[in-house]
Design a protein around this ligand. Structure first.
Ligand SMILES: Nc1nc2c(ncn2[C@@H]2O[C@H](COP(=O)(O)OP(=O)(O)OP(=O)(O)O)[C@@H](O)[C@H]2O)c(=O)[nH]1
Length: 310
């Protein structure tokens, strides 16, 4: 039993929402202090619910990254929206991201209105990407966020301007989010940055590298599955090597050609880029074996979706 002298410990779950490209993934990484979630300049590329974990002496903040809420166009889109809603009803805090360099629009309003329906969860508003806005813009953006709250009936527990890129106000945001958490024990062991299986993290990094430089319509067609990941046997203890075999799935032959590139050049650079990132994340040298495969129209096929982990 505590005597009242000790500092209380808080723990809980926070989820970032906001329209595509609002900066949710970048913010998750900035708060955790390490890259655990893929970021991309293509909207709606975040698919897996990966948690980043912030460890502090006084608190544990578990960040749940969700795909952007959007009107579903395919079966995949519907699954994503279901995933988002289930996640949001279970977290302690929903942090709604409004990019400071853009006016609040119908998309933001749609999301904030959906959030207003989730009564139990506390809501925090975050003005993201403040490095892209002038102080006048930031000022009126904050007023707009407050006005939106009044209009749709959301009581913002906090309204915080931040820049994940510049690292501005990230520590303050961390404090404010911790302040919204209930008292509770540490939920994850020290040092865990995420509870996503390493296979999922590796698959996300490969997917991110594969998407780099692709045109708008292709990102939705790319899925990555790590088929096998294991330490190679008969290696000296101080020279481990992790073997990873992964498949990159696309929906059509033409897309396969694009991903592979002339003489396999694109696939090779996808492999090199993602291998380095996986090595940095897991701290082990990696041998990465990548194959591109066609899974016809996988986004519309429930069986294939399950196989690809959705
Ligand atoms: N200048 C600047 N750019 C940022 C900042 N945060 C994110 N970005 C950029 O904005 C783009 C989108 O960022 P993400 O973090 O992937 O956005 P998201 O909300 O997770 O996107 P979805 O997965 O599409 O929902 C990327 O190109 C980021 O580099 C920031 O603080 N400043």
């Amino acid at each position: 039993m505590t005597t009242g002298q000790e500092q209380s410990h808080r723990s809980g779950f926070v989820s970032f929402v906001g329209r595509p490209n609002a900066g949710k993934s970048t913010l998750t990484n900035a708060l955790v202090g390490q890259k655990v979630v893929i970021t991309s300049d293509k909207p709606q590329t975040t698919r897996t619910v990966v948690r980043g974990i912030v460890h502090r002496d006084d608190a544990q903040l578990i960040l749940v990254d969700t795909p952007g809420l959007h009107r579903p166009r395919t079966l995949l889109g519907e699954r994503l929206n279901d995933l988002v809603k289930t996640t949001l009803a279970e977290v302690d805090v929903v942090a709604v991201c409004f990019p400071a360099n853009e006016k609040i629009g119908p998309g933001d309003k749609f999301i904030a209105t959906e959030m207003a329906k989730i009564k139990r969860t506390k809501k925090v508003a975050i003005a993201t990407k403040t490095d892209l806005a002038t102080s006048e813009q930031i000022g009126s953006h904050l007023l707009d966020i407050a006005a939106l709250g009044t209009e749709i009936g959301v009581d913002w527990a906090e309204i915080v301007p931040v820049s994940a890129k510049a690292g501005d106000q990230i520590a303050l945001l961390q404090d404010l989010l911790v302040g919204q958490l209930p008292e509770g024990p540490q939920l994850y062991p020290d040092g865990d940055l995420t509870d996503a299986p390493e296979e999922i993290l590796a698959a996300e990094l490969i997917r991110e590298a594969a998407l780099d430089g692709l045109r708008d319509e292709l990102p939705h067609s790319v899925a990555v599955v790590v088929e096998e990941m294991r330490l190679r046997e008969d290696r000296p203890d101080d020279k481990p090597l992790l073997d990873i075999h992964a498949n990159v799935y696309v929906e059509r032959d033409s897309q396969k050609g694009i991903l592979i590139g002339p003489k396999g050049s694109r696939l090779k650079s996808i492999g090199t880029t993602s291998r380095k990132q996986i090595e940095a994340l897991l701290g082990t040298p990696v041998y990465l074996d990548l194959h591109v495969k066609v899974a016809k129209d996988w986004q519309r096929d429930p069986r294939q979706l399950r196989k690809l982990g959705f």
